[in-house]
Design a protein around this ligand. Structure first.
Ligand code: SF4
Ligand code: SF4
Length: 182
């Protein structure tokens, strides 16, 4: 019954005339496929009620293992669309997913291999918000300690250098004072 009605509809559409009064038969080209589709399952899915399936080769989206990031900024320099930013002091890594073109350059460049392309897409949103990833307090504390140690070592080295220079100058002065004058 359904296919009969469908054929009737196709026929009615097929005998329509265009503006110049010529019968429009082009619709008949699609009739076999349209008829076939009546007996095939739908090609669409009920996402989000059913999990989405992604085609092979789909790049997905960039993800980060933030606690392994060393905030070197290599990814930001590699990004062709300026979608990334890094704040070393705050321990954040930020991505604007509306600007990201999923090229994967950042993933290739990351020296710590903490970036990856993950199959699937982010949850749709109606605002252009950025995704901000924050290092854990333990990692921030460890990094602050490392920075303090490096600064202390640099200060000690600078002090030792200044003392050595002052000592050398004092030696040179005392030598010139003890040398007999000609
Ligand atoms: S995948 Fe490409 S566009 Fe997206 S953040 Fe990485 S480098 Fe930028
Ligand atoms: S390249 Fe890797 S380690 Fe460097 S800032 Fe980017 S994510 Fe972090």
């Amino acid at each position: 019954m359904l296919d009969y009605l469908f054929l009737q509809l196709i026929h009615a559409l097929a005998v329509q005339k265009d503006r110049k009064g010529v019968p429009n038969m082009g619709i008949l080209q699609y009739a076999p496929q349209a008829l076939k589709n009546l007996f095939l399952p739908p090609v669409t899915t009920s996402y989000p009620f059913e999990p989405a399936t992604y085609p092979e080769g789909s790049r997905g989206h960039v993800d980060i293992d933030i606690d392994n990031c060393i905030s070197c900024g290599m990814c930001t320099r590699a990004c062709p669309s300026n979608a990334l930013s890094v704040d070393k002091m705050k321990g954040t890594w930020t991505i604007n997913r509306f600007d990201c073109v999923a090229c994967g350059f950042c993933v290739e460049k990351c020296p710590k291999k903490c970036l990856s392309m993950v199959i699937g897409y982010e949850t749709p949103n109606n605002t252009k918000s950025e995704a901000v990833y924050q290092k854990s307090p333990e990692v921030l504390e460890r990094e602050a300690k490392q920075r303090a140690e490096i600064a202390a070592k640099a200060a000690a080295a600078a002090k030792a250098k200044a003392e050595a220079a002052a000592k050398a100058k004092a030696n040179a002065n005392s030598q010139s004072e003890t040398e007999p004058k000609a």
